[in-house]
Design a protein. Structure first.
Length: 133
């Protein structure tokens, strides 16, 4: 849990500095930490289910990516390729699609769109972006 707090803090710091490259990998790491933590809780509550914490970690990596970037198919393919866990595709599809739908229904915007707007605003080009929409 301490690692989760430290990683989240560093990710927020990177985002506040406007460094998009400093968000991608930490986002996947945060998803893995959240999923692993949840997996351990589930294992403690229902040990007879014999669910692996790693399964939750992989699914949460894709779900956090899908919700944050708003690209569920990219999240599914990215995490499946990265972890070589193609047997988890059904779980990935459910978690990524659900996460993306929940994020959309809560009205959040994709993180890279917000970074782009902030960068353009700093350079005085936000009006051009609005005109092109």
């Amino acid at each position: 849990m301490a690692l989760l707090v430290v990683r989240a803090g560093l990710t927020f710091l990177s985002y506040s500095m406007g460094v998009p490259g400093g968000i991608f990998a930490p986002m996947l790491a945060l998803g893995a930490l959240i999923g692993t933590s949840f997996g351990y809780v589930v294992h403690e509550l229902a040990p007879q289910a014999e669910l692996q914490a790693a399964t939750f970690a992989v699914a949460a990596m894709g779900a956090l990516f899908a919700a944050t970037v708003r690209a569920p198919l990219t999240g599914i393919v990215l995490v499946a390729e990265m972890t070589d866990s193609f047997e988890l595709l059904p779980a990935m599809i459910v978690t990524c699609m659900t996460a993306s739908i929940v994020a959309q229904s809560l009205g959040s915007r994709p993180i890279y769109d917000m970074l782009l707007e902030r960068t353009l605003e700093r350079r005085g080009l936000k009006e051009e972006l609005e005109e092109n929409k």
